[in-house]
Design a protein around this ligand. Structure first.
Ligand SMILES: Nc1nc2c(c(=O)[nH]1)N[C@H]1C(S)=C(S)[C@@H](COP(=O)(O)OP(=O)(O)OC[C@H]3O[C@@H](n4cnc5c(=O)[nH]c(N)nc54)[C@H](O)[C@@H]3O)O[C@H]1N2
Ligand SMILES: Nc1nc2c(c(=O)[nH]1)N[C@H]1C(S)=C(S)[C@@H](COP(=O)(O)OP(=O)(O)OC[C@H]3O[C@@H](n4cnc5c(=O)[nH]c(N)nc54)[C@H](O)[C@@H]3O)O[C@H]1N2
Ligand code: SF4
Ligand SMILES: [Mo]
Length: 746
């Protein structure tokens, strides 16, 4: 060993958001010294955002859980892996024997899709539990995309991607890729791509109730009243059809049905509801049909609202009718090296095969809407959720009805969290099983390669070896799967000994394969790319731009695209009734929307000092005119009240939000008993999901409604006077873990 030590360069992929940025690390014997964007990455081209450095902060975070923890009367106790895995397997099995499989609920959170091992081993383990009480971030987010992809193109992942690198006209609704770096559209380096778009004479128009960072780099921005995008989109379809400008491909059916469905949605009829002038709507529709190529992209902000599925339906219809589906510069399907669809890794999807017990909400691909998890936990009777398996998720902060969930988690018979922190949700767990973190894991992006604006493939071996005794997520799920299967074999419903169960054998073989080996086998079926070639090129291999391929890439049974679907039509009718009722904006109405910031990530990245430093980012934005009317000043603390709850929060006056709109970001509210996040607990701000309402879901699939929530504001003093605002972020913060008192307002 030399005292100077060694310095090496390693390459990786950031797994924090969907952008898949290529990273270049400088690593010495002391650890990672620096993180830069990898200029040779053919997709991200050197781009990174401030969060990339947080990968190192998470690795080194003293608050991170590194060994399995068991909650005891006297606090957390570290236990061995074998003991922990055995205990979880036995408890889950016992509850299943006593109360049935549905008594064990599952929530799979966002980071699962960012971890190769969670995909290859976690998802199969969750399936072994055979419960209908399965939930995930899908129904807090992109469920309308998956449902409409399945209906239009035959597979839930058959998502058309906006060809931003070639388009002439880019219409963006309810997305803020300058902060989020794109979603259901992996687009690192969004800012530079927009510059390039505009340099070649293209235009970008943004529709958003807030003048966002993305609106700032667009050619045009229009405010829209939250929750009325479906009206706007149907009016755009109306104009395209009325102009006789529709040019659908020969494999498209149902144009007459659409014409009828949108007949009432004239620009004049929707203008007063949306807040967008009729002539602006006409011009937008004509821009879409007259541009050489155009792409309509609607994301989070239009999915997580009352008519989210109708919105996504209309986005498809617009792209199809304007001839932009499968056109270079329009929207196209990707050709990933590991094709999840061709390899049948993800099924095509199914809808409404069964319904939830309490609220009769439809399943999608085996999952129920997250908004009803709390009902299934709280409502007595057969099938009630008595145990929870939470895999990389933080429902107490991420789901509507946070305070009720907080309480429901506290009352469970058993709970296991697969998590790397003791946070707002995992503090209720009986056992916490912590995995290694991104820098210690091999990575191949199975999911986001499917949604990227350019086809690339990349495999990165772990940058650092894992710590002694640490386990990768795939190893944890492997051991648990094997143990659970063994416990079930011995249980009261054991299979007859001696009978060979072929499926179980195949499952066991698969379970024992490492993720890297799984990727290697999957790549064998891909043309031209092998794990060996990928290992030689850690920057990523360029497989070229998005390419047309219809009707060949259609997966519908008749290889055609139907525009009208029985499951969506009733909600279009409901929308039409809302239009005919024509209730314009009520005086004084305030609608709450969310917000993302480039230095924050969902509910869990507020413990990195480098990211949280600087100006607080949690505050409520409101238009000065609304504040004047209510006698509230910039900097005041207000009480925000919705149908579901109330919070206290500081106000920032800003004309970046439309009059009548207020905005609060999600993922805050860390200051609670038992939370072991030293830095985050000092980050002020309540959880906005104390205000969002689980009882109000999107009309077709039951997606959560996180935007367009009606609220009122009540002044409670200035920020200076109200020093307690930090301590009263939410009703739930006042509850003690395990206590039985309900959530009262502070
Ligand atoms: N009001 C409102 N609510 C929202 C949203 C909104 O815009 N507004 N957005 C919604 C959306 S789009 C989403 S996707 C959800 C996200 O919400 P969740 O699905 O709850 O995901 P995260 O908030 O990212 O929580 C991730 C959890 O995983 C843990 N974790 C992180 N990395 C690892 C790891 O490597 N291994 C393990 N085992 N655990 C890890 C973290 O500690 C944290 O507890 O929130 C939704 N909720
Ligand atoms: N920095 C950062 N990046 C992230 C995340 C993060 O938390 N932080 N989260 C990741 C995840 S899980 C996801 S799903 C993606 C989400 O990525 P995006 O879809 O880009 O999400 P947001 O940035 O929340 O943008 C949603 C936009 O919708 C607007 N909006 C709200 N209501 C309405 C409405 O009624 N109509 C219209 N037209 N617009 C509306 C909001 O003002 C906001 O600008 O981001 C991912 N990337
Ligand atoms: S944009 Fe930031 S968080 Fe997202 S992948 Fe790139 S570096 Fe990571
Ligand atoms: Mo998300």
């Amino acid at each position: 060993m030399t005292s100077a030590g060694t310095t090496r360069t390693a390459h990786g992929t950031c797994t924090l958001c969907e952008a898949m940025c290529g990273l270049e690390y400088t690593v010495t014997d002391e650890g990672v010294q620096s993180v830069r964007g990898d200029k040779k990455d053919p997709l991200s081209r050197g781009h990174i955002c401030p969060k990339a450095t947080a990968l190192v902060d998470i690795l080194n975070d003293p608050d991170r859980v590194r060994r399995p923890l068991q909650r005891t009367e006297t606090g957390w106790r570290e236990i061995g892996w074998d003991e922990a895995v055995d205990l979880v397997a036995r408890r889950l099995s016992a509850i299943r024997d006593e109360h049935g499989a549905d008594a064990v609920g599952v929530y799979a959170g966002n980071p699962n899709v960012h971890s190769l091992g969670a995909m290859t081993h976690g998802i199969p383990f969750l399936s072994m539990l055979r419960t209908r009480n399965r939930y995930s971030a899908t129904s807090l987010d992109q469920l309308p995309h998956q449902l409409t992809n399945m209906l239009f193109y035959g597979h839930q992942l058959r998502q058309p991607i906006a060809d931003i690198d070639n388009t002439d006209f880019f219409l963006v609704l309810g997305a803020n890729p300058m902060a989020s770096n794109g979603s259901m559209m992996t687009v690192p380096d969004f800012g530079k791509r927009v510059k390039e778009l505009r340099a070649r004479g293209g235009r970008m128009v943004v529709i958003d109730p807030r003048r966002t960072e993305t609106a700032d780099v667009a050619d045009t921005h229009h405010f829209i009243r939250p929750g009325t995008d479906a009206h706007l989109l149907l009016a755009l379809v109306h104009v395209v059809l009325a102009d006789g400008a529709a040019t659908p491909a020969p494999y498209v059916d149902g144009v007459e049905g659409v014409t009828e469905a949108v007949a009432a949605f004239t620009p004049e009829a929707v203008a007063p509801l949306t807040g967008i002038d009729a002539d602006v709507i006409r011009t937008l529709a004509r821009d879409l049909t007259s541009a050489g190529s155009a792409a309509v992209y609607g994301r989070m902000g239009v999915s997580t609202q009352e008519f989210g599925t109708v919105c996504q339906w209309a986005v498809h219809v617009l792209n199809i009718l304007t001839g932009n589906l499968d056109r270079v510069g329009g929207v196209l399907f990707t050709d990933p090296a590991v094709d999840l669809i061709a390899n049948k890794i993800t099924g095509r999807g199914h809808f409404d095969k069964w319904r939830s017990r309490v609220r009769d909400l439809p399943e999608f691909s085996g999952e129920l809407p997250a908004s009803t998890l709390v009902d299934e936990m709280n409502t007595d009777g057969p099938g009630r959720v008595r145990a929870m398996v939470v895999a990389s998720g933080n429902p107490v902060l991420s789901m509507p009805g946070g305070p009720r969930l907080d309480e429901a988690f506290a009352g469970l018979d058993f709970m296991v969290s697969f998590d790397i922190y003791v946070n707002e949700t995992s503090r209720h767990a009986d056992i916490i099983l912590p995995s290694t973190v991104a820098l210690e894991r091999d990575h191949y992006d199975l999911i986001f390669s499917t949604f990227a604006v350019r086809n690339t493939a990349k495999f990165n071996p772990a940058v650092l070896p894992k710590e002694a005794e640490a386990r990768h997520d795939w190893e944890i799920f492997r051991d648990l799967s094997l143990r659970y299967a063994a416990v079930r074999r011995r249980g009261p419903r054991a299979r007859t000994l001696g009978r060979v169960n072929a499926a179980a054998v195949v499952r066991e073989v698969r379970t024992r394969l490492s993720p890297a080996r799984t990727v290697e086998l999957l790549l064998l079926r891909a043309r031209g790319v092998t794990l060996r070639t990928l290992r030689k090129n850690p920057h990523g291999t360029d497989l070229g731009p998005l390419r047309p391929g219809l009707p060949g890439k259609l997966l519908t049974r008749d290889r055609r695209v139907a525009l009208m679907h029985d499951v969506i039509t009733p909600d279009i009718d409901r929308l039409r009734n809302a239009l005919l009722a024509a209730t314009p904006r009520a005086d004084g109405e305030l609608l709450l929307i969310g917000r993302r910031h480039v230095r924050s990530n969902n509910s869990w990245m507020h413990n990195a000092p480098r990211l949280v430093k600087g100006k607080p980012r949690h505050g409520l934005l409101a238009h000065p005119a609304d504040l004047d009317r209510l006698g509230i000043s910039d900097g005041d603390t207000v009480e925000v009240v919705s149908a579901a709850g109330s919070v206290r929060i500081e106000v920032t006056a800003s004309d970046s939000v439309m009059p009548g709109v207020v905005s609060i970001p999600h993922g805050f509210g860390h200051d609670r008993d038992g939370v072991r996040l030293t830095v985050a607990r000092d980050v002020r701000g309540p959880s906005v999901n104390d205000l969002t309402d689980p009882d109000r879901v999107e009309g077709v699939a039951g997606n959560a409604v996180l935007n367009g929530v009606p609220v009122t504001l009540r002044p409670v003093g200035t920020a200076d006077q109200d020093t307690s605002s930090r301590r009263v972020p939410s009703t739930s913060s006042e509850r003690r873990v395990g206590s039985s008192t309900g959530g009262q307002m502070a």
